[in-house]
Design a binder for this molecule. Structure first.
Ligand code: 13P
Length: 217
């Protein structure tokens, strides 16, 4: 059996002092047995979280929440692949919040995946349904139906599993579910045969709850 992959997407949340508090509370609850944990903080927090994890020797990976579709240069406000690679091995691409609020098109997502691969990062590519376009070079696919994000109404494990089977049939390596995951429902998803892990938003902001999710996943 593949180890579960549990990813925290903090979205646009947390200041430096809030992150220090989260890490202090999370560390005692953390148990890494056979599970890959990835935290995706805002870019401003990556350095702090990386130092903390190294100092405490915690085996937790870091991911960016986004990546510029351009390499270095005159792109004010952008964070490029090489800059992310200084801190993280993973990066989220194609999240529905970026598609909706920042008008990311399939063409932009293709450019992003090209750069992710060029700089040796691992993409976690978000899809909103089983027919969402997936660029070449993606191995980890996260199904996050829009109705389930931040609403408390997750998809059913059965339906998520069916999407997972369809995605796996196309040859993708890992399939994750995201959308209103919490410690109460996580096991019902990770016990499904096609689901290799979860992508957690709101519930990952609470260190104790996220610790529980990891244990129960
Ligand atoms: P919620 O867990 O808050 O529904 O968010 C899911 C998500 O968008 C993770 O990327």
């Amino acid at each position: 059996m593949n180890p579960s992959l549990i990813i925290a997407n903090w979205k646009s949340n947390k200041t430096l002092s809030e992150v220090e508090d989260w890490l202090e509370k999370f560390s005692p609850n953390y148990n890494s047995i056979n599970k890959t944990i990835i935290i995706c903080p805002s870019f401003t927090l990556l350095s702090e979280v990386k130092s903390y994890l190294e100092n405490k020797k915690l085996k937790i990976e870091l991911g960016g929440q986004n990546i510029s579709q351009f390499e270095n240069g005159e792109y004010t406000g952008e964070v490029n692949a090489a800059q992310i690679k200084d801190f993280a091995n993973y990066v989220l691409v194609g999240h529905s919040e970026r598609r909706k609020n920042f008008e990311e098109t399939n063409q932009i997502l293709d450019q992003k995946i090209n750069l992710v691969k060029k700089y040796g990062l691992i993409p976690i590519f978000c899809i909103q349904g089983k027919d969402t376009y997936i660029p070449k070079g993606v191995g980890i696919v996260a199904y996050e139906p829009i109705f389930a994000i931040g609403t408390g109404n997750s998809d059913t494990p059965k339906n998520a599993n069916e999407v997972g089977l369809a995605i796996k049939r196309k040859g993708y390596e890992k399939f994750l579910y995201g959308g209103s995951i919490n410690s109460q429902n996580v096991a019902s998803f990770t016990s499904m045969p096609s689901i290799d892990g979860v992508l957690v938003g709101r519930a990952s902001l609470d260190p104790v709850e996220f610790g529980k999710i990891i244990k129960l996943a």
